[in-house]
Design a protein around this ligand. Structure first.
Ligand SMILES: Cc1cc2nc3c(=O)[nH]c(=O)nc-3n(C[C@H](O)[C@H](O)[C@H](O)COP(=O)(O)OP(=O)(O)OC[C@H]3O[C@@H](n4cnc5c(N)ncnc54)[C@H](O)[C@@H]3O)c2cc1C
Length: 308
């Protein structure tokens, strides 16, 4: 696999796949990151998508989309982006669970997820010990005892970030779905792992005091980070200065070309807001793919003019 691409797409759902198909056909090299089974479409049954008769499973549609994109020359890496930053000589750097990559343009198509555990008292404790974002809230837990719950890269990265800030980090997981490289880093860390375990209960007065696991283990903690799924796209985007909706910070703001306020960064799909529908995701993916393709072509034309 190459490490330098014209376009890297974060997200392997309908928005990312359609963006890939349209941008690769603009003669760009394209890499799609993400896990198809983590797409919201994967478990859906679709009967309201134009030109598809009857009920199709999301899994079938995703498999067809991936095959189609591969046929046009799109590369795939089934890993999450865990860090995005500006490249030193322009463009962007993207770190996945085990690769360092670079690109001229980024398309963010990571869908939406901020799932809670549905535990009694969980919602009331948000901001009083319960958090869904390590990057946002880690510093509130300096020298404190914390737990992280989750099964993917977000949870492991959360635990690894917190180990340099908190006095004690417990990682609770029902089973990890991460790359061997990330697993090695975790094994070499001082994070205490409880697996396979679930959280049964939260103990609190005004703020969180302890989490109780399903085998009865009690962990006295000041903070619990619930990090389900992949590294939060909002955190990846916010790190690059991408504008989020000013009220709830839950969506990325784009213009009619699916361009964000940061040149070279485009976004598509559920991450751009309601309605959360495949048809909208695909439409925005098409526009984002075309826009990113044009952006890369312009950069290349300017670079070749400067060379002559
Ligand atoms: C149960 C259910 C039923 C539904 N039914 C319908 C329906 O009938 N009709 C309809 O139109 N819509 C339906 N939807 C909604 C539809 O599935 C979504 O609108 C659509 O999947 C959004 O596409 P997306 O590409 O924006 O995001 P998603 O499909 O959610 O894909 C997001 C992708 O981003 C990846 N990702 C996340 N974080 C990272 C990261 N850090 N790095 C790299 N990749 C990352 C994930 O792995 C995933 O591949 C349903 C959804 C659900 C949950």
């Amino acid at each position: 696999m190459k490490t330098e691409y014209d376009i890297i797409i974060l997200g392997c759902g309908p928005a990312g796949l359609q963006a890939a198909i349209h941008s690769v056909r603009k003669r760009c090299s394209v890499l799609v990151l993400g896990k198809p089974e983590a797409s919201n479409l994967y478990k859906a049954h679709i009967e309201n998508y134009c030109c598809v008769e009857g009920v199709k499973t999301g899994k079938e549609l995703l498999e067809a989309g991936i095959k189609q994109a591969k046929g046009f020359g799109v590369d795939f890496l089934t890993e999450d982006a865990v860090k995005t930053e500006f490249g030193q000589s322009g463009g962007f750097k993207v770190e996945t669970e085990s690769h360092s990559l670079s690109c001229l343009a980024l398309i963010i198509a990571t869908g939406v997820s901020r799932k809670g555990l549905g535990l009694k008292g969980e919602k009331d404790l948000v901001g009083k010990g319960v958090s869904y974002c390590v990057d946002c809230d880690a510093n509130f837990y300096r020298d404190a005892k914390v737990a992280v719950f989750g099964n993917g890269s977000a949870a492991v990265h959360g635990a690894l970030t917190l180990k340099d800030i908190a006095s004690k980090v417990h990682l609770i997981t029902t089973g990890l779905d991460i790359s061997p490289t990330l697993k090695e880093t975790l094994d070499a860390s001082k994070v205490e792992v409880y697996s396979p375990r679930k959280i049964k209960e939260l103990e609190a007065d005004d703020s969180l005091k302890a989490v109780i696991l399903d085998d009865g283990t009690r962990l006295d903690v000041d903070g619990l980070f619930i990090e389900l799924g992949a590294k939060g796209a909002m955190e990846l985007a916010a790190f690059l200065g991408v504008q989020l909706d000013p009220e709830k910070f839950t969506h990325i703001v784009t213009d009619e070309n699916q361009a964000t306020n940061v040149p070279g960064i485009f976004a598509a799909g559920d991450i751009c807001g309601l309605p959360y529908q495949m048809a909208k995701a695909v439409g925005e993916g098409c526009v984002a793919g075309l826009s990113a393709g044009s952006y890369c072509q312009k950069l290349k034309r300017e670079a070749s003019k400067n060379d002559t």
